[in-house]
Design a protein around this ligand. Structure first.
Ligand code: FAD
Length: 266
């Protein structure tokens, strides 16, 4: 669905990182964690292509959705100047969502979010806790404390948050993936389900750890994409399904995939 959505909140929350909330009841009503919206960042044809952003918050009651984005290039730079009250041309909700309907409330869940890949972990934590899961832990990683998303975005969902930074300026010093083994060792809730979104190296490490330990794991992939709706075929990746290699589109069959089906390019 394509709509013009008014901006109701837009503020800087970390170094070059912004929180953008839109009033868009039609999209909020049907959106699920893991899905994304495609935003036209300028009012003209520059930039021409929309930019994809995962949903970090879905408030079905209020009819609002939020994204958290980092200013990287021309599109996000223009987006960061849009004031509250302006309307944005957006398409959504797009793509596949995290699959959570089969997860028992007795299970635990570990959500690994790296850098600017972490935002969808907030809406996912909210949904899992809403399902009654006893223990939802977010492992939140960033290069440094300046790049770290505010912990409160995740703790307010009821999730426990553990922080890791590469330079040790906040939380554990090291990669966020190093926190994973101690969080999946069972305990009162048994083996948890793992979800991850972040840089490719992090996703490979999380996927490989979970596969070798028999832990169910879903990964949200990022790919450069143009149309966002499956027409241009610009974002294909390879997956292994029923024993054979298939080409799928990250924008429509993804961005969420089972760790066991993702084939990484070396
Ligand atoms: C499913 C999905 C979810 C995402 N969620 C988030 C999020 O929650 N927060 C966030 O900060 N970023 C997210 N990204 C990445 C975000 O879309 C890019 O940072 C953004 O498109 C960069 O635009 P730009 O104009 O500022 O950068 P530029 O580098 O100037 O863009 C140049 C060109 O590259 C394309 N491009 C560059 N990087 C990407 C990319 N990763 N994906 C698609 N097109 C790209 C742009 O469309 C443009 O044509 C997500 C990407 C995907 C695929």
């Amino acid at each position: 669905m394509q709509v013009h959505a008014p901006i109701i909140e837009h503020r800087r929350i970390a170094d070059d990182i912004f929180l953008l909330t839109l009033s868009v009841p039609d999209i909020a009503g049907s959106a699920e964690p893991g899905q994304f919206i495609h935003i036209k960042c300028g009012s003209s044809f520059d930039p021409l292509l929309r930019r994809p952003f995962s949903l970090s918050m879905i408030d079905k009651e209020a009819g609002n959705i939020s994204v958290i984005y980092e200013v990287r290039g021309r599109g996000t730079k223009i987006l960061s100047t849009c004031p509250v009250g302006q309307t944005l041309d957006i398409m959504g909700p797009l793509g596949s969502s995290f699959s959570i309907s089969h997860i028992s409330p007795q299970s635990g869940a570990v959500l690994v979010g790296g850098g600017i890949g972490a935002p969808p972990m907030a809406s996912l934590a909210q949904a899992l806790i809403g399902k009654g899961l006893k223990r939802v832990t977010v492992l939140l990683g960033a290069a440094s404390k300046e790049k770290l998303l505010p912990e409160e975005i995740f703790t307010r969902t009821g999730a426990e948050v553990l922080i890791a930074t590469d330079d040790g300026s906040a939380g554990y010093q090291g990669f966020v993936t190093e926190l994973l083994p101690s969080q999946v060792s069972g305990g009162e809730v048994g083996t948890p389900v793992v979800f991850a979104c972040g840089p490719e190296g992090m996703l490979k490490a999380v996927g490989s750890f979970c596969l070798s330990n028999g832990i169910p794991c879903q990964l949200s992939l990022e790919s450069v994409m143009a149309c966002g709706v499956g027409a241009c075929q610009g974002c294909v990746c390879r997956v292994l399904r029923r024993g054979s290699v298939e080409y799928v589109r990250v924008c429509t069959e993804g961005p969420v995939f089972d760790a066991g089906e993702v084939i990484w390019d070396d």
